[in-house]
Design a protein around this ligand. Structure first.
Ligand SMILES: Nc1nc2c(ncn2[C@@H]2O[C@H](COP(=O)(O)OP(=O)(O)OP(=O)(O)O)[C@@H](O)[C@H]2O)c(=O)[nH]1
Ligand SMILES: [Mg+2]
Length: 390
């Protein structure tokens, strides 16, 4: 790994992605892992040159929106960069772009893919995405990885596993905006998804690692959630949280090839058993287990058939529309709650009062309930009465 500049979040020059403007600072959340040739991100050198030329011009929200809607990949990449930026001026521009493209969104099948590290998510996406692109679909691959604040954008390392897909003209692969709060990552990922839809991508694949909270967050932004599992030694549920299985619209036992094929079929039967006892996440849809090999391609077309069935089913029943509405409302509420939390955290006066109240409750001078009441009153007074000063 190249050395980081001391005391600075800024990445070394050779880890700057080519879609990031020249001279950009730490407000950009992405970086390229060393060893990934730049040309892998764009289709070819022509696109790279166009990127550089386009970067010199300051674009308006209309320019971005028109470019995206016409299917211009460079404009799409640049708009995502705006969305991922932590700079306030980019935030406003980003929202303006989203507002303009909003009527063109919602047309894609949104698919979330999770699984423990090493389960084969990226390899599956490579095989599955290539299959879909060959069938004429336009596929966008996004990754959500809130845990990778140290490496900043770990899926870029994965692009070596998505070489075929990265070369497809019908495919667009974008690394995760990492670092920052889960809420920040959620917003960036959701808005990136909307941009991809406006650019005409009809299938969005969102990869997330099945640890922490990211799988719940991705479940909240997709229509269909696929949990990839592998056969383990002995206990097939090894390393898999029951909670994750309960989010799944399908379970896919990957690596069903060679010597492992029989074990994978047995694991599938085990999961089928378990699924009878678990809550199903989608009304009117029975979660089932399947097998596939992302290396041989066996089971990949069948997986797409299952997803098509799902889409038909939830579209007809109205569950899809209901789910998306609920997800949007939930998202707005979560963003508002996070906004409030941030304001509370930034208010020095409130921090002082909170510490004082906490000290008194620890000493037994006041009850926890009184403390909570006092703290709430302080918040209301400081945040809502003097709203402009906080
Ligand atoms: N035999 C076999 N190996 C596979 C298959 N799918 C993935 N692998 C291998 O499993 C390893 C992990 O695959 P990845 O696709 O990187 O797994 P991942 O789930 O994306 O891992 P993280 O991104 O680290 O969470 C790689 O060495 C793959 O070659 C498969 O279907 N069969
Ligand atoms: Mg991966």
């Amino acid at each position: 790994m190249p050395k980081m500049e001391e005391g600075s979040l800024r990445q070394p020059q050779n880890t700057r992605p080519e879609w990031q403007p020249e001279g950009a600072g730490s407000e950009y959340a992405c970086s390229v892992m060393p060893g990934i040739p730049l040309s892998q991100d764009s289709c070819n050198t022509r696109v790279l040159n166009e990127t550089k030329a386009a970067q010199r011009k300051v674009l308006s929200a209309d320019d971005y929106a028109e470019g995206i809607i016409s299917g211009d990949r460079v404009m799409l990449s640049r708009a995502i960069t705006v969305i991922e930026s932590n700079a306030p001026k980019h935030f406003e521009l980003g929202q303006e772009i989203i507002q303009k493209i909003l009527p063109r969104t919602g047309g894609a099948m949104r698919i979330g893919i999770t699984g423990v590290p090493g389960a084969g998510k990226s390899t599956f996406i490579e095989a599955f995405g290539t299959y879909l692109a060959d069938c004429g679909h336009k596929v966008a691959v996004l990754a959500v990885d809130p845990s990778s604040s140290l490496t900043k954008g770990s899926i870029l390392g994965d692009k070596t596993r998505m070489e075929n897909l990265a070369r497809q003209k019908n495919a667009f692969i974008r690394p995760s905006p990492s670092g920052g709060s889960l809420g920040g990552v959620t917003r960036k990922s959701r808005e990136t998804m909307l941009l991809c839809e406006a650019a005409g991508y009809d299938t969005i694949l969102v990869e997330t690692v099945g640890v922490g909270q990211s799988e719940t967050m991705v479940r909240q932004m997709v229509d269909y959630f696929l949990v990839i599992v592998i056969t383990g030694a002995g206990d097939e549920l090894q390393g898999i949280k029951k909670g994750i299985i309960e989010l799944a619209d399908s379970i896919l036992v990957n690596k069903a090839d060679g010597d492992n094929k029989m074990k994978a079929l047995m694991a599938r039967a085990d999961y089928e058993q378990i699924l009878h006892y678990l809550r199903q996440p989608t009304e009117g849809w029975q979660t089932k287990a399947y097998t596939c090999s992302s290396i041989t391609g066996e089971g990949i077309p069948e997986m797409w058939s299952v997803i098509e069935d799902f889409r038909d089913n939830v579209s007809k029943s109205g569950i899809l529309i209901k789910r998306r509405k609920e997800q949007t409302i939930e998202w707005v509420r979560a963003m508002a709650a996070e906004y409030l939390q941030n304001r509370i955290a930034r208010c020095d006066e409130l921090t002082k009062q909170r510490e004082e109240i906490e000290r008194r409750v620890i000493e037994g001078a006041i009850t926890p309930t009184t403390a909570a009441k006092e703290l709430t009153e302080s918040m209301e007074k400081l945040l809502f009465t003097n709203a402009d000063e906080t």
